[in-house]
Design a binder for this molecule. Sequence first.
Ligand SMILES: CC(C)(COP(=O)(O)OP(=O)(O)OC[C@H]1O[C@@H](n2cnc3c(N)ncnc32)[C@H](O)[C@@H]1OP(=O)(O)O)[C@@H](O)C(=O)NCCC(=O)NCCS
Length: 124
Amino acid sequence: MKIKCGTDIIEIERIKESIESLGDRFLREIYTEGEIQYCESKKAQKYQHYAARFAAKEAVFKAISESLPDKYALSWCDYEILNDETGKPNVKITSLDPSKIENIDLSISHCKQYATATAVAIYK
Ligand SMILES: CC(C)(COP(=O)(O)OP(=O)(O)OC[C@H]1O[C@@H](n2cnc3c(N)ncnc32)[C@H](O)[C@@H]1OP(=O)(O)O)[C@@H](O)C(=O)NCCC(=O)NCCS
């Protein structure tokens, strides 16, 4: 069994600036409808959650990139980060080859300035 990890950290201000300057165009390029609904539900704290999902997608990419035939064929919205009923985040990836990856575990944290995420991919 092979295990690969990926991690990412991002300044929340960077994501806030992109959302404020590019608006819906940025949101729809990076986030799925479900992710947007989750982040918007956090009201004033929403930028932390948007940034966390950006970091999570980067972290997942790092963990799975060697399993992808064409690394850049997936778009941002092919990764969807949603939380289960306990609050734990999970990633769903459209068109991931299930013969290569058994499971991906994800962990997220954020504070006022930064959001960070770590992903662990278990290969078959
Ligand atoms: C859930 C908890 C760990 C979140 O920690 P926090 O310091 O408040 O916040 P962080 O910024 O570090 O983490 C927030 C992220 O935690 C993740 N999270 C929430 N609930 C989770 C759970 N049950 N399992 C795993 N991850 C969880 C989410 O991804 C969330 O970010 P998101 O809403 O953008 O997806 C915390 O609220 C908690 O319940 N702590 C109790 C810990 C405890 O009992 N300790 C004593 C014994 S060890």
